[in-house]
Design a protein around this ligand. Structure first.
Ligand SMILES: [Zn+2]
Ligand SMILES: [Zn+2]
Length: 135
C-alpha cells in the first residue's frame, strides 16, 4: 500500500496516508477557485482510517454554518495551508486532501474534472482526464 505525505506551506501540519485514493478529481467551479486561491482545485479522497495527522494544529471551518464533524474544512493554524476536509453525505467515511499538498509529481493523476465550463479560458488538461460540464 502506498504511503503518501502531505504538508502545509510552513511544514507544521503534516499528514500521512496509506492506501490508494478512493476518488481523485479536479474541480474548476468558482467556489473551488475561491477556496483554493487557484484556477482549479485537485481533490483527493481517502478512507478516513487511512489518514493520520502526524504533526501540527489546525483550525476548522464549517462551510454549511453548522458544527458537524463530518462536513468541515481544516487548515494549518500557522500558515492557513495544508487543507483537508470531510464532505459528509457526499462521500461518507472519507477525508479529502488537497492534491497540491503532496507536492509529488508522481502522485496518481485525477481521472476527471468537474465544472469544466467554469474554468478560466486559458486552462487545458490532458485528453485522458474526462470532462464534466456540470451545468
Ligand atoms: Zn502551516
Ligand atoms: Zn468545485
Amino acid at each position: 500500500m502506498p504511503i503518501f505525505h502531505a504538508k502545509c506551506s510552513c511544514g507544521a501540519l503534516s499528514l500521512e496516508v496509506d492506501g490508494d485514493p478512493l476518488h481523485n478529481h479536479i474541480c474548476t467551479c468558482r467556489r473551488c477557485q475561491r477556496a483554493s486561491g487557484s484556477a482549479l482545485s485537485h481533490n483527493v479522497w481517502f478512507r478516513e482510517e487511512n489518514v493520520r495527522v502526524v504533526s501540527g494544529d489546525y483550525s476548522v471551518w464549517y462551510p454549511q454554518g453548522e458544527s458537524t464533524a463530518d462536513v468541515m474544512k481544516a487548515f494549518c493554524r500557522i500558515c492557513g495551508g495544508g487543507g483537508f476536509s470531510k464532505s459528509g453525505a457526499y462521500f461518507p467515511g472519507s477525508v479529502v486532501i488537497a492534491g497540491g499538498t503532496f507536492a509529488d509529481p508522481s502522485f496518481p493523476a485525477p481521472d476527471h474534472v468537474h465544472w469544466w465550463n467554469s474554468r478560466p479560458h486559458w486552462i487545458d488538461l490532458a485528453e485522458a482526464i474526462q470532462r464534466h460540464a456540470d451545468e
